[in-house]
Design a protein around this ligand. Structure first.
Ligand SMILES: NC(=O)c1ccc[n+]([C@@H]2O[C@H](COP(=O)([O-])OP(=O)(O)OC[C@H]3O[C@@H](n4cnc5c(N)ncnc54)[C@H](OP(=O)(O)O)[C@@H]3O)[C@@H](O)[C@H]2O)c1
Length: 351
């Protein structure tokens, strides 16, 4: 439990809400349950009573003081996504109404019982899904879908290499790529995660030992061919081998760099392969871009959840008061899929 939780603060008072705040830069022990005034939605904004808040790597960095929140969001409350029910609409809202089930991404402040967001950035939750399941969707499916299709232009029949395939983004990318008819290759440093990904339909899985080269095994799996798209969730540690597995006109998208951000790129090899390399982030995008992405995601991807071609992958749902435990689990690379924090105290379970 985070400090504050044992004092019996199970319900927030009228006009206030509970949040998990970062008391100072540091380890998971710096997280604390606190009360803040309930915010009022401004023009075009919704207020959502949150069911679950998603946990992301960025939250761990923010907690350590290494990823400051952008302007306009609380600097000391982490959290980039939520699911819940609209409980108040601001003036001028036309798309959503009170009681609607929505999910979405935020610039920060997501570890809260209530959040505000522009109504155009809210994404409808399909009827088939519970709000807990929906909480595992926004950040990882938006990131994977945007990177694979809008940025890398992945096509049916092409081969995509997904690093850290057991991660939240990795498990989302695997399902999206399969649904689009791509051939999937996935890596992890953990054998059990590769096995779980294979059971989800991954075509080729590879367990990578720390520091080992893996380009040759990938070529072996693909009968000597390279890959058309790389979804890079690791960064510098795999830079050399990534260059070695590019096929003609490959597209390589850097989404995360837990394995470091600096290394050596052989420009001649990129040129000869006519390959492209790009980086992406969601958090820093301007509101208009986020709204456009949310609207397009709702139109194109949400129906695939409704028809059960895509499934949220939930690692664990912990009470929000156990945010520190969730951070420790993610930091130790033990999760498969999404870690979620529930504001309905009784609902806490493991997958
Ligand atoms: N650009 C964006 O907008 C955006 C949005 C969301 C997420 N991200 C980034 O995307 C990545 C995945 O996010 P997530 O929330 O899905 O993460 P996650 O569920 O916490 O999984 C990350 C996995 O990466 C693997 N990993 C960690 N450090 C590694 C290293 N040094 N070398 C190789 N593998 C390593 C671990 O699996 P194994 O050790 O078992 O392989 C770990 O479980 C993160 O880096 C995150 O920051 C970026």
């Amino acid at each position: 439990m985070v400090p504050g939780a044992e004092k019996g603060e199970r319900e927030s008072g009228a006009g206030s809400m509970r949040v998990i705040e970062i008391t100072r830069p540091g380890g998971p022990e710096v997280l604390r349950l606190a009360e803040r005034p309930l915010p009022e939605p401004g023009r075009g904004e919704l207020r959502v009573r949150v069911t679950v808040s998603g946990v992301n790597r960025a939250d761990l960095l923010q907690r350590r003081g290494r990823y400051p929140a952008p302007p306009g969001v609380p600097p000391d409350v982490p959290g980039l996504e939520f699911s819940g029910e609209v409980d108040r609409v601001g003036e001028g809202c036309r798309l959503r109404s009170v009681g609607e089930r929505v999910m979405g991404i935020l610039g920060g402040g997501g570890y809260s019982e209530s959040v505000l967001l522009p109504e155009r950035e809210a994404i409808r939750v399909p009827e088939k899904l519970s709000l807990e399941e929906a909480g595992a969707i926004p950040e990882v499916f938006l990131t994977a879908w945007d990177a694979l299709f809008l940025q890398a232009g992945l096509q049916a029949g092409e081969t995509v290499l997904i690093h850290a395939v057991g991660s939240g983004v990795g498990t989302a990318a695997l399902q999206l790529a399969r649904a689009a008819g791509a051939i999937t290759v996935g890596t992890s440093r953990t054998r059990a995660k590769v096995d779980r990904a294979l059971s989800m339909g991954l075509d080729h899985g590879l367990t990578i030992d720390e520091g080992a080269s893996w380009a040759e095994p990938v070529h072996d799996l693909l009968s000597g061919r390279g890959v058309d798209v790389i979804l890079d969730l690791v960064g510098a540690a795999y830079l050399e081998d990534n260059q070695a597995v590019l096929s003609e006109r490959a597209r390589w998208v850097v989404v995360g760099v837990p394995g470091g951000g600096k290394g050596t790129l052989d420009l001649r090899r990129m040129m000869v392969k006519r390959a492209s390399l790009r980086g992406t982030v969601l958090r820093a995008r301007p509101p208009e871009e986020k709204a456009t992405l949310a609207r397009e995601f709702e139109r194109v991807v949400i129906p695939l959840f409704a028809s059960a071609r895509l499934h949220p992958v939930v690692d664990r749902i912990l009470p929000a008061t156990k945010a520190a435990e969730a951070h420790r689990r993610m930091e130790a690379n033990r999760s498969f899929g999404k870690l979620l924090l529930s504001w309905r105290e009784s609902e806490s379970h493991e997958s």
